[in-house]
Design a protein around this ligand. Structure first.
Ligand code: 4LM
Length: 435
């Protein structure tokens, strides 16, 4: 070992970006290769039959088969664990793969899961329309008030599950308060930290047992892969790996995707700083526009849970959702009028993305479920990208002005012959359209 090999492996005291770039890898142990090698292999040779049997029996260390582990996956897992502040991590083939592998490992028929009322559409579908078929009771409550969790929890509750901020409308859950209630009732807490990444929020620090991710989003960061991860105590993660993943879902990440996520992690801090800085400016711009009825962005002072955001998040993220005065029609018109932002689901990419949750990401909810769970039909979701801020703002301004002009025309048609109140939304929109 030379000085270099001693210096390179990083310790927990190093900064976030340093660990995201260096943790667990020493180029000198890999022929000097700066970038960790990609082990693109499905299986691993045993030196002889006895060694193979010993590895299967867990008597000796060593790789067996990529569904159980692979050095490229292992390095990514090491980095995700240190960044989230967990003992261990397991990388998987998708966010839904990570969520389903985790929950299948934790529940049995007769158990109950309490989930927040607003979560990503396919997670909702898995809980409500999937797990329920196997005798698992799933109860959705409004977790913006932890008391609702305390009221709903029972001896059968095995898991409390939530996203914070939630997809699509940025609702926050007090991780510490809900974890305390769950633990007092012997339930485990699973938090989906996709919107924040560990750079902005580390739920384990606030008491969560598991953190799950869609690594498709900010962790990968470049819109070129689908992946997921779960982080937690080693004993818990081993159980998810050797039961939930190995036997139940088989949601194995490709070593190639693990390699690409490690490339993404190197710039995570830089990217998140830019996403957050731009999103705050865009949120303020949207809030100030007369065509807009409501904006949901945790960084705005007007956001009802702004104090909670400051307590548990280091910054406010790149996701904004909002409603226009003209409802669904105005929303569709807004999306279609944008020239830079791309109409697509997913989030956390370099490109600014815009979508309509009711007809896209949250279409797995039935319309009455969306109404009950607070996802309005007119909501628009924006994933603010990494483009030049003034270009993003010009695009958003054009979209909002287009909507305003159309609303004002139809309002004028409706109220022909009537004098508009100078302070009404309609009057503001009319003057905007005229300018
Ligand atoms: C979307 N989201 O919202 P995979 N958890 C959260 C998510 O937003 C998603 C997943 C898990 C979107 C996908 C189309 C908070 C996904 C599921 O897609 O399985 O990696 O993650 O636009």
């Amino acid at each position: 070992m030379n000085d270099k090999t001693i210096k390179t492996p990083s310790s927990a005291s190093q900064g976030f970006a340093t660990r995201a770039i260096h943790k667990g890898y020493d180029p000198m142990s890999h022929q000097g290769a700066l970038v960790p090698p990609l082990y693109m292999t499905s299986t691993f040779a045993f030196p002889d039959a006895k060694s193979g049997g010993d590895r299967f029996a867990g008597e000796t260390e060593g790789y067996i088969y990529t569904r159980l582990g692979n050095p490229t996956q292992a390095l990514l897992e090491d980095r995700l664990a240190t960044l989230e502040g967990g003992e261990a991590a397991l990388a998987m083939s998708s966010g839904i793969g990570a969520i389903t592998s985790t929950l299948w490992s934790l529940v049995e028929p007769g158990d109950e899961i309490i989930a927040d009322k607003t979560i990503y559409g396919c997670t909702f579908s898995y809980l409500q329309h999937g797990l329920k078929k196997f005798g698992i009771k799933v109860t959705h409550v409004d977790m913006s008030d932890p008391k609702n969790v305390a009221d709903a929890i029972s001896d059968n509750t095995r898991v409390v599950y939530f996203e914070t901020p939630s997809n699509p409308n940025n609702g926050l859950v007090d991780i510490a308060a809900v974890s305390k209630i769950a633990h007092a009732n012997d339930a485990l807490v699973v938090v989906d930290n996709t919107y924040c990444t560990p750079y902005l929020q580390r739920p384990i620090e606030f008491g969560a047992d598991f953190v799950v991710h869609s690594a498709t989003k900010y962790l990968g960061g470049h819109g070129d892969l689908i992946a997921g991860a779960v982080i937690g105590k080693k004993e818990h993660i081993d159980h998810v790996r050797y039961f939930g993943l190995k036997d139940m879902t088989g949601a194995v990440i490709s070593p190639m995707d693990a390699f690409l996520i490690m490339r993404g992690l190197k710039t995570l801090e830089l990217r998140m700083d830019r996403h957050c800085a731009s999103a705050l400016q865009v949120a303020k711009q949207i809030e100030a526009h007369p065509a807009v009825a409501k904006v949901y962005y945790p960084g705005l002072k007007s956001f009802p849970q702004h104090a909670l955001a400051k307590k548990q998040m280091d910054n406010f993220g790149g996701m904004i959702s909002f409603e226009l005065h003209g409802g669904v029609d105005a929303g569709i018109q807004f999306i279609d009028s944008l020239k830079l932002a791309i109409c697509a689901v997913s989030l956390g990419d370099a490109e600014t993305l815009v979508q309509h949750p009711a007809s896209m990401t949250h279409s797995p909810y039935e319309p009455e479920e969306r109404e009950k769970f607070g996802i309005s039909e007119g909501l628009i979701r924006l994933s603010v990208g990494l483009e030049t801020l003034s270009d993003i703002q010009e695009d958003i301004a054009f979209g909002l002005d287009t909507v305003a002009a159309n609303i004002s025309v139809s309002e004028q048609e409706k109220s022909t012959g009537q004098t508009a109140n100078a302070n009404s939304v309609e009057a503001k929109l009319a003057s905007l359209a005229a300018s």
